[in-house]
Design a protein around this ligand. Structure first.
Ligand code: 48F
Length: 266
């Protein structure tokens, strides 16, 4: 039995890893923005993988309401809540409240149901870059357990057409991409202090492409563009994830169209 269990895990698990070693969209971070983007992209038929460094979903959602079990969102996100089947209460004309555990469960369940693959305990630590023109074409990642051990074990590669930094406040992936690859032209500014209503709007407006092949969503947008942070309100994260999905869908479709056009011209 023991060997059978091993065999089942290794054969099917390694097959999955191999199958997802080349994807359309690679999202680093299974917080609210990453999971929202994952669902909307997967349901459009893109091959989507999410790498999450922890062994659980949701990023900052669990502790988001000052540890009080309630999440606040702006009424504008109602269509997204409805898409995910998330129940809410109208607190007043501007703000809805909802349950954090339900938000985590339904964001992740709908992303999975739509066809996204989520790999837990996987830490993205660097990007793969090609020049002429400069472009991000994938990541280096490793099991978080390896990273925590401090052992020198070389990382694993995954190739992507679109890489999304949805890693939260530090925008880790874009920070490392900017530091190591000046040719990408990323001016990494760092997050500003709190200004909630401005930050919520600006995060959504600045969501999108940072360099060829590299995108940002969620609170990471603030670090990349020097925008103010916000406190425990989550509407901007969901709207950012949805907007990013629309931007990547457009870019990947345009790229596929351009490739077809080139082939025809030959
Ligand atoms: O921090 P997080 O929830 O990011 P988000 O989607 O949402 C932000 C809000 O939770 C909150 C806020 C709203 O007012 O400001 O902070 O922008 O989720 C980020 C996820 O990325 C994982 C991390 O464990 C978390 O679950 N993560 C961070 N770095 C890496 C990573 C990495 N290098 N590789 C893989 N996962």
């Amino acid at each position: 039995m023991e060997v059978l269990i091993n065999r089942a895990i290794l054969e099917d698990g390694l097959k999955d890893l191999l199958d997802y070693s080349e994807v359309d969209v690679l999202i680093a971070g299974a917080g609210p923005s990453g999971l929202t983007a994952a669902k909307y992209l997967a349901e459009k038929g893109f091959k989507v993988v999410v790498y999450e460094r922890r062994l659980s979903f949701g990023g900052g959602i669990g502790g988001g309401g000052n540890l009080i079990p309630k999440i606040a969102v702006q009424k504008e996100v109602q269509p997204i809540l409805d898409d995910f089947g998330i129940r809410y209460k109208k607190y007043n004309d501007e703000v809805f409240t909802l349950d954090p555990a339900e938000l985590i469960a339904k964001l992740s369940a709908k992303a999975l149901d739509a066809g996204a693959k989520i790999i837990l305990g996987a830490n993205v630590d660097d990007v793969i870059v090609r020049d002429n023109p400069p472009r991000v074409v994938g990541v280096l990642w490793h099991w978080t357990a390896i990273q925590l051990s401090g052992l020198h074990v070389d990382p694993i590669y995954t190739a992507s057409k679109a890489l999304v930094d949805a890693t939260g406040h530090d925008a880790e992936i874009i920070a490392v991409a900017a530091r190591k690859n000046p040719e990408l032209g990323i001016d990494f500014v760092g997050e500003k202090s709190n200004w909630t209503e401005v930050a919520e709007r600006l995060v959504v407006e600045h969501t999108g492409k940072v360099a060829e092949g590299l995108y940002v969503a969620g609170i990471a947008v603030c670090a990349v563009y020097g925008l103010p942070r916000m406190g425990p309100i989550f509407g901007g994260m969901l709207m950012s994830g949805k907007r990013l999905a629309e931007i990547i869908e457009r870019d990947l479709k345009n790229a596929a169209g351009a490739k077809k056009g080139k082939k025809k011209a030959r």
